[in-house]
Design a protein around this ligand. Structure first.
Ligand code: CDP
Length: 808
């Protein structure tokens, strides 16, 4: 008996948007069949390794490579002198600065690349590194950005003119030889007036410490120059393969069509793999010189000590309010420590990224932000570690300022947030610092979150705990961390956002095969986010072919359309939109083919899940599978054969996901040990493509937030030595430290995105850090604490308790 298949069953069979489709990538990952850069083995391949500076600031008197070259198996040792004739001893950074590829006369941070050894295997290369004799003359070290702005020590001699004057930097005039830029947004005078007139002003200075994205797979590449056909292939851990291709072409002079960049499987990026590193340049040069492939893979210490760090922002804030708690103005000054070179990965017009989202989820009429970038003797970087261009710093700043204001007003911090939220009917909302928030419903999310955790009950329990503590009945305090964050993800638009002049659009190209399966290629690259699973789901819904029959391919510049890559949660807002738009082009052509086959006018057929049906006669239809076949085997008047489409999508605006997080934490006052009893995370990322993947993203982002808030740090001593260069010292949480997360959601679609989706991958990190930190601070609020700096490791928490006199 033929059971009629329902419309819902047809939709389910597609595995389209909204279903918890299992990750197609996992079949190979769980069987150890991934293909990472270090898995690539090419015939005759050599290995590169760096000689690195033990000093944070030193002049290089001499480099002698004789002993290294004499070692059996060593093929070459490159120094800046070898790269100079090629013009490759310095390279441009993404922030408009330039950076030494190999030390040119001096070194500016510990671990800086001094020479590059090429040998037959990595062990010989490592031995040869020890045999390169470098004579250093130590120079005064500056690790404090405030000291740097007063110091006579010139870090970047290349940025001081012969007459001692300071040429402008990439972002305008510089105030001091160690100053990089000043970036100002908003109304300075008006904001200062509001602050001086306000009934209540809360002030605080907070340090968002230096940390590191620390992906499990470190950075690396294999460069392979084929001298016969003049083609360079560069495999690497690149989050933006096309941008790397263009950069390599610009700095090497090799025509772009002769460069193929391939990002194979990537073991996490989190911003660490966006920029270009000396290892890439040296490997390319070494392959050109030797004529054989050269591999370079960092070890863990090299990754932590020298590749792009994150944060290192000193943020000073003033927040003004009425006695009833209505915020009237926000003032913020940031001193941003960029290390030895400004290698931040931000769109060109935004030297401090999207720090100007720091008015957060609140309707703040007047605001001003100024950021001063500073050189110090630390590693370069300043990447968005699981966030969109400094949004994590911005959200941490405003969510801590709200807590401090609540203390000043002697008010409940949840209520203070509620009375200041941007209201649903104010969207699209123009912020005082220049953004247009697309959509939001903050009150609904907030109320849902507070209800889910029984907020009033928690506050009553906390008050009782304080009483019990004072009465000597317990040594544990209870903190309730609150955060309502607004993210800004999906850069472009092209008119506002470019990196090195490359507009931040993204792309998707689809080819439908005659039998009704397809391949789609995108300008993005997954690093664990499950793009092969979710982009196929978008297409399944858009073109009516099963997701299981759609291959998603990313990361090969010879085949993928040009795109700006994956970081800043831009894949769904930008490439996801390109995918939907390319799918709609396929559908438009399919409609004409269907109409021809059904012998009706184009306007008389309509799309229905997996087919085109004649309007009013649903029994007359052609499935997308039938239409695909017809596209290749029928001569249709006026229509070209084939079924392909490409879309380059320039987003009209960013998307603004948001969320409400609550953390309940117990703190042992005598040991400083934290116990996260509960973590509730409500995320709103608009239309949800795959709820299971979203949940995974939230778990991962929260875990990295826990790491940063509670211990993860790149710390330096006064000599510029990195104190946390191994995973023994750098906190990487494991299942042991991670609590059970409760996830929840609301859905407020983006009005300008073709499927209403916003990004999600970074939200939990952006919202999680202040939430954990607020919980720690809140635990001590009853004992007079206003603010204590992250990371809240056990020692620092113990110290806070001690300073508050809680140890008796
Ligand atoms: O750019 P990136 O891939 O890091 O971040 P994203 O755009 O936030 O997407 C991360 C993962 O979550 C992808 O697999 C998305 O397809 C998925 N996602 C989703 O299922 N629904 C959303 N509204 C947003 C993202």
């Amino acid at each position: 008996m033929n059971k009629e298949i329902t419309r819902q069953e047809r939709a389910d069979a597609l595995g389209g948007m909204g279903c918890k489709r299992k990750r197609v990538e996992d079949a190979r990952f769980t069987q150890g069949k991934g293909n990472y850069v270090d898995d690539i083995k090419l015939p005759g391949m050599l290995f590169g390794d760096f000689v690195r500076s033990p000093y944070a600031h030193a002049r290089i008197k001499s480099i002698n490579t004789d002993r290294a070259m004499a070692l059996d198996g060593v093929v070459a040792v490159l120094t800046a002198d070898d790269l100079r004739p090629l013009g490759l001893h310095w390279m441009p950074t993404l922030a408009g600065d330039k950076q030494m590829v190999l030390a040119d006369g001096k070194v500016l941070f510990q671990g800086q690349e001094v020479a590059y050894v090429v040998a037959k295997d990595r062990y010989i290369a490592a031995d040869a590194v020890e045999l390169v004799d470098v004579e250093y003359e130590e120079l005064p070290v500056v690790v404090d950005p405030f000291e740097a702005l007063k110091s006579d020590t010139v870090l970047r001699e290349d940025l001081v003119a012969e007459d001692g004057s300071l040429p402008d930097g990439a972002h305008g005039p510089r105030k001091h030889h160690n100053h990089i830029f000043t970036w100002e947004v908003g109304e300075k005078d008006a904001t200062e007036q509001v602050v001086s007139d306000a009934a209540v002003v809360a002030e605080e200075t907070m340090y968002y410490h230096r940390t590191h994205p620390c992906p499990l797979e470190t950075c690396g590449c294999v460069a392979s120059m084929d001298k016969v056909n003049g083609k360079l292939t560069l495999y690497g851990t690149f989050q933006a393969p096309h941008a790397i291709r263009t950069v390599v072409s610009l700095i090497s002079g090799i025509e772009e069509h002769n460069i193929r960049v391939v990002s194979p499987d990537i073991g996490g990026g989190f911003g660490n793999k966006v920029g270009a590193y000396p290892g890439y340049v040296c490997s390319v040069v070494a392959s050109i010189v030797t004529g054989v492939p050269v591999k370079w893979i960092e070890d863990r210490m090299e990754n932590l000590m020298t590749t792009a760090f994150a944060r290192d922002y000193w943020m000073k804030g003033k927040i003004a309010a009425t006695p009833e708690g209505k915020i009237t103005g926000l003032w913020c000054h940031v001193t941003a420590d960029h290390g030895g070179f400004d290698a931040c990965a931000d769109p060109t017009k935004f030297p401090a990224g999207f720090m100007n989202i720091c008015t957060g989820s609140y309707d703040i009429p007047t605001a001003y932000l100024a950021v001063d970038g500073v050189y110090t003797n630390k590693a370069p970087g300043g990447v968005s570690y699981r966030c969109s261009f400094r949004v994590t710093e911005a959200v941490y700043f405003i969510e801590r300022m709200i807590e401090v204001l609540a203390i000043e007003l002697n008010m409940d911090a949840a209520e203070l947030r509620r009375i200041n939220f941007i209201k649903k009917d104010q969207f699209p909302y123009q912020s005082a610092l220049g953004w247009e928030y697309d959509s939001g419903d903050y009150h609904t999310a907030w109320d849902k979150a507070l209800k889910a955790v029984d907020y009033e009950g928690l506050r009553a329990e906390q008050a009782q705990r304080v009483e019990d503590f004072k009465a000597g009945k317990t040594r544990k305090l209870m903190g309730i961390g609150l955060t309502h964050f607004t993210e800004i993800v999906g850069a472009g638009p092209v008119k506002n956002c470019d990196i090195l002049g490359l507009g931040m659009f993204d792309s998707c190209e689809i080819r439908i095969h005659p039998t009704g399966s397809a391949i789609a290629r995108l300008g993005t690259i997954s690093q664990g986010q499950g793009h092969a699973t979710t982009f196929a789901q978008i297409l399944a819904t858009e073109i009516g072919l099963p997701a299981d029959n759609i291959t998603i391919e990313e990361g090969d510049t010879d085949t993928a359309p040009y795109g700006l890559g994956t970081y800043g949660s831009r894949s769904t807002p930008v490439a996801g939109a390109a995918t939907a738009m390319a799918g709609r082009k396929i559908r438009a052509k399919a409609q004409m083919i269907a109409a021809y086959l059904l012998e009706v006018h184009d306007d008389d057929v309509e799309f229905d899940v997996d087919r085109f049906v004649v309007k009013g006669a649903p029994e007359k239809f052609k499935t997308m599978k039938e239409i695909a076949f017809a596209a290749y085997n029928q001569a249709i008047p006026g229509i070209e054969p084939g079924l392909e489409a490409v879309s380059y999508y320039d987003p009209p605006n960013m998307t603004y996901p948001f969320g409400a997080y609550i953390c309940v934490m117990d703190i042992d006052v005598d040991t400083g040990v934290t116990d996260i009893r509960r973590f509730y995370a409500l995320d709103d990322c608009g239309t949800r493509i795959n709820p299971m993947i979203i949940e995974g993203q939230v778990h991962g982002g929260l875990t990295e937030a826990l790491a940063v808030a509670l211990g993860q740090e790149i710390a330096y001593d006064d000599m510029g030595n990195v104190k946390t260069g191994t995973l023994m010292d750098f906190f990487l949480p494991t299942a042991w430290e991670v609590p059970n997360y409760e996830t929840d959601h609301t859905v407020t679609p983006s009005p300008h995105h073709p499927i209403g989706a916003k990004g999600v991958g970074e939200s939990p990190h952006v919202g999680g850090v202040p939430c954990f930190s607020n919980a720690v601070n809140d635990a001590f609020r009853a004992f007079g604490l206003r603010h204590t700096h992250m990371p809240h490791d056990h020692w620092r928490i113990w110290k806070t308790a001690n300073e508050l006199g809680l140890h008796g």
